[in-house]
Design a protein around this ligand. Structure first.
Ligand code: ADP
Ligand code: NA
Length: 350
């Protein structure tokens, strides 16, 4: 069997927001306790949707600073940026030859990001999930904490691993590189694990503050739609005050949030920030107006986020510390990925 290993990544594009924090980074922090973890700033993914960036290096440092400021320990675990480890792109090429075009065409994120003019999207944007599978599997990682929006990509990573394992079954056996594993009903000798998503928690998907049916996103043109990790207390309070709600107050029970996406989202955010259940939050605030709940939510958000943004500012003041962390993480990641790629070259027969 495979040794449990956690891998996840965040793109260095735009400001990190509360959705990234609650859906991803905070889980990264919690998982360190009992797991071996690899956390990556996925800079190769950053050029899939937009080729030219003003300050990509600055963005990479800023994500790494967010990881460290949130409590990730770069000595016990690995923090690095993707382009420092050439094996990601190497394995992605092999996976491009494993994956089928039809699989890629079905990805809803591609459809969203490519928009109407699909013929004019980059080939990299279409192949993005194949690189994401390589990011994970180049370490033979078994568990991936991500937001709910990445679920389909993780299923694709499983499909790629499974097809590789089955197509190369005899080669894997002949090279002695694999392990016995059960895939569905079948017992096979495979090389890559079938990754498990870790998507649970009270706020797997944080929605826009302006529209409860859209996810909070870096690419939303409305700045009022998201709380950025680096927002100050005034910004946070203002955005929550202006957050869309309906005329009713807070219900006493979860059922009362049905068909009220904005109310549901704010209660979910409170629950996630407080590490409580939504039912618990409603037990406290049920029957109150949003004019009472919103200031409480703003105070809580400031309480959780301000130590992180403060530490991020300190870390980004002198970039040598972050650069040293990324350099050291890159070295350790290359050593591990290099071993896997040596096996893969053996299996493929290069
Ligand atoms: P974005 O979607 O804003 O471009 P990324 O694709 O870099 O951000 O995602 C980084 C991580 O944050 C991923 O694990 C993703 O699932 C998570 N994430 C992004 N947006 C949200 C959201 N609104 N709610 C929960 N998790 C999110
Ligand atoms: Na995303």
């Amino acid at each position: 069997t495979f040794k449990p290993l956690v891998f996840s990544g965040v793109q260095p594009t735009g400001n990190l927001h509360l959705g990234n924090y609650l859906g991803a980074i905070r889980k990264f922090v919690a998982l360190q306790e009992n797991n071996d973890c690899i956390y990556c700033v996925v800079d190769l993914h950053a050029i899939t949707a937009q080729l030219v960036h003003d300050d990509l290096r600055g963005q990479i440092r800023s994500i790494a600073a967010a990881f460290i400021a949130s409590g990730i320990d770069p000595k016990k675990h690995i923090v690095f940026n993707q382009s420092a480890v050439p094996q990601h792109a190497e394995l992605a090429w092999i996976f491009n030859c494993v994956a089928r075009i039809g699989w890629m065409n079905r990805m809803t994120q591609f459809k969203d990001k490519a928009g109407k003019d699909r013929e004019n999207a980059s080939l990299g944007l279409l192949a993005y999930p194949s690189l994401m599978a390589a990011d994970i599997l180049v370490y033979r990682a078994t568990h991936v904490p991500v937001g709910d929006d990445q679920k389909q990509h993780l299923e694709l990573a499983r499909d790629i691993a499974q097809k590789f394992n089955i197509d190369f079954q005899e080669k894997i056996r002949a090279t002695g590189t694999g392990v016995d594993m059960v895939v569905g009903e079948e017992k096979i000798h495979g090389y890559f694990p079938l990754v498990e998503p870790l998507i649970d928690g009270p706020a797997p998907r944080v929605m826009s503050l302006r529209d409860g049916t859209k996810k909070m996103s870096k690419s939303d043109p409305s700045d009022l739609s998201r709380i950025n990790l680096m927002d100050d207390a005034d910004d946070i309070a203002r955005k929550i005050r202006k957050a869309k709600t309906d005329p009713e107050g807070l219900p006493g029970e979860i059922e009362g949030l049905k068909d009220r996406p904005e109310a549901d989202n704010l209660v979910g955010i409170y629950a996630a920030l407080a590490d409580r259940t939504k039912a618990d939050v409603l037990a406290e605030f049920g029957g109150q107006q949003f004019s009472v709940f919103k200031p409480a939510l703003a105070d809580l958000a400031v309480h959780v986020l301000s130590p992180i943004s403060g530490e991020m500012r300190r870390l980004l003041d002198d970039t040598s510390h972050i650069d040293a962390i990324l350099r050291d993480g890159g070295e350790r990641a290359r050593a591990r990925a290099g071993k896997v790629m040596a096996d893969v070259f053996d299996i493929v027969g290069f």
